[in-house]
Design a protein around this ligand. Sequence first.
Ligand SMILES: [Zn+2]
Length: 156
Amino acid sequence: MKDRPVKQSPELDRVEHTMRPMYLCAEGFLGKDPRKLIEILTEDQGTVNSLGLSHGTIAQRLKGITERARSGWGDPVVVEDKFEVEVEEARGKIPCPWGHPGLYPKTHVKLKKRETGEVLIWSDLSIHLIEEHGFYQGKGSTYRLDPPKVKRILEI
Ligand SMILES: [Zn+2]
């Protein structure tokens, strides 16, 4: 997007700082994305709007699939006849980089679409970051949930 540069608040500067690798998790939330956090948020907001979706709708879809797949206790569960989903509960918990109280389990959810073989990966924290902060993580991050890809694969 070629919008004018957006000014980033000191609060977002702090959040961005904790998202770089080695603070909250080894890999960081931003991958190799060199952009300021405010630019990532603004661009993804525009994309979600243009898809006719909201952060809430996307988060609810991810949440619903995660809940259904939890019954597999780590074994793949078939959801809606379309997806094979594995939920792995890793040890340890991780805080929200925005400083919300509470810790999120380091869940690892891996979804494979049976028809196409496409894969999406997310965690409980990913869902919170989308729902509360409109944050889909940086480009190149393992947990990046690119909105158009999420819409296509999950048929939202
Ligand atoms: Zn938060």
